[in-house]
Design a binder for this molecule. Structure first.
Ligand SMILES: Cc1cc2nc3c(=O)[nH]c(=O)nc-3n(C[C@H](O)[C@H](O)[C@H](O)COP(=O)(O)OP(=O)(O)OC[C@H]3O[C@@H](n4cnc5c(N)ncnc54)[C@H](O)[C@@H]3O)c2cc1C
Length: 385
């Protein structure tokens, strides 16, 4: 569509994934504000994931929610920790519906364009504008760029890789592990030398569920090994399963490090710190950022980065340090949290929107002896933020 050698616009968004499309679809719907081009390397969108998390507030993609639950559990050898909240459901957003809604709004818009199959190869900032070079030789320029491409630079210590392979399967539900119609956020398995391993199960219907084998590890683990563990688990607990859809990912759970200053480039999405380092949840934080950024573009004409909390990032740094101290630490921390902290404060904390009164029940439910050696890390994190 736009294959001119040089093209000028008001805002360029690098990456049309969750963050890029969340912002662009709001701008497309508002029909006001600056012109925008979203550059996405994928040629087409597929149902490559589901986004789950707790809904604390209504959001722009409410109509893409396909399931929601008011209770959930964490399981280990000692039993199940069941939690429930009437106020904050755990919801599942379909990526297929999300992409369809976003692409529909953008294609109907005069001012927002989505350039698929286009790869950004260089970004050059000058005092007045930013030039974005694409692989086919096109140069886009704008006073503002929003960068949501995954970061390729080194992660800040402490980090853990959260690597997972998930299958949606047709089958009877797994037997004998306490599975019923309640989502299982973590069913802890033997560590096998890793920080932790757990199975995540979302019941989708009486005969269909999403099951993921998740490994928390100091290394970015090959997904083939994780997929092997998943299929062995399925064979053991639910014979005669049939694969409907597959998804996988390797998420760097790390407190974001500062990138070199670039006054005309705003980093957003996971790159901008929207993913909660201690849990990997990002979708709802991205929606909050997209609301703020769209409002700023419409009223002020410039984009804003995600709001970050130094306190939460310091606590996450400390939490990540403890997770990797010894095998079993992660299992103990997560199980204690879900066993002792009331659901609503814990949900607000995990979703990155705690009230002041939520910190104490969270902190009081954790085994504090494990945290004392990490105090210097937390202070360092605070100072770097
Ligand atoms: C399989 C999977 C399941 C997940 N499930 C959940 C969940 O249940 N709940 C939750 O809260 N979070 C979840 N996450 C984490 C997080 O919400 C997602 O990764 C989310 O998509 C992050 O949004 P983003 O915009 O930062 O990155 P992305 O959605 O990855 O978007 C970045 C985009 O940039 C594009 N890109 C990269 N390089 C270039 C380039 N050079 N030129 C042009 N385009 C480029 C990519 O193709 C991509 O579309 C999941 C992640 C994965 C991978």
């Amino acid at each position: 569509m736009i294959r001119n050698k040089r093209f000028r616009t008001d805002v360029i968004v690098l990456g049309g994934g969750c963050a890029g499309l969340s912002l662009a679809s709001r701008m497309a719907e508002s029909r006001t504000g600056p012109a925008m081009i979203v550059v996405e390397s994928r040629a087409a969108y597929q149902e490559d994931r589901t986004w789950c998390g707790w809904r604390l507030n209504p959001h722009f993609f409410d109509d893409c929610v396909v399931r929601e639950w008011n209770s959930w559990q964490v399981v280990d050898n000692d039993g199940e920790q069941l939690q429930a909240s009437d106020e904050y459901p755990y919801e599942m957003v379909s990526a297929a519906k999300f992409y369809e809604k976003a692409c529909g709004l953008i294609s109907a818009s005069e001012s927002v364009k989505l350039l698929t199959g286009a790869t950004v190869v260089a970004v050059k900032e000058t005092p007045a504008q930013v030039d974005v070079h694409l692989a086919d030789g096109t140069v886009l320029c704008a006073p503002w760029v929003i960068d949501t491409r995954p970061k390729t630079t080194e992660l800040g210590w402490p980090w853990i890789w959260q690597s997972f392979v998930g299958y949606v399967v047709d089958a009877e539900r797994p037997h004998g592990l306490g599975f019923d119609a309640t989502p299982t956020l973590m069913n802890f398995q033997a560590e096998e030398g890793h920080v932790a391993q757990f199975v995540y199960v979302l019941p989708l219907s009486p005969t269909q569920f999403l099951v993921e084998w998740t490994r928390l590890s100091k290394n970015n683990e090959p997904l083939a090994a994780i997929e092997g563990r998943l299929t062995r688990w399925l064979d053991e607990y639910t014979p005669r399963w049939q694969l409907v859809r597959r998804e996988s990912g390797s998420l760097p759970m790390a407190v974001p490090v500062k990138e070199p200053s670039a006054p005309r480039i705003v980093r957003a999405g996971m790159r901008g710190g929207s993913m909660r380092a201690s849990s990997g949840y990002a979708f709802h934080a991205i929606q909050r950022w997209a609301d703020d950024c769209a409002a700023s573009l419409v009223t002020e004409g410039f984009p804003v980065p995600p709001v970050r909390s130094r306190l939460l990032e310091a606590l996450d740094g400390s939490f990540l340090s403890v997770l990797q101290t010894e095998p079993g630490a992660a299992r103990e921390l997560f199980t204690e949290l879900f066993a002792h902290c009331p659901a609503d404060p814990l949900v607000r904390f995990l979703a990155g929107q705690p009230k002041v009164s939520d910190y104490w029940p969270v902190i009081a439910s954790l085994p504090w002896r494990r945290f004392l050696p990490t105090v210097p890390t937390a202070i360092g994190q605070w100072c770097r933020a």
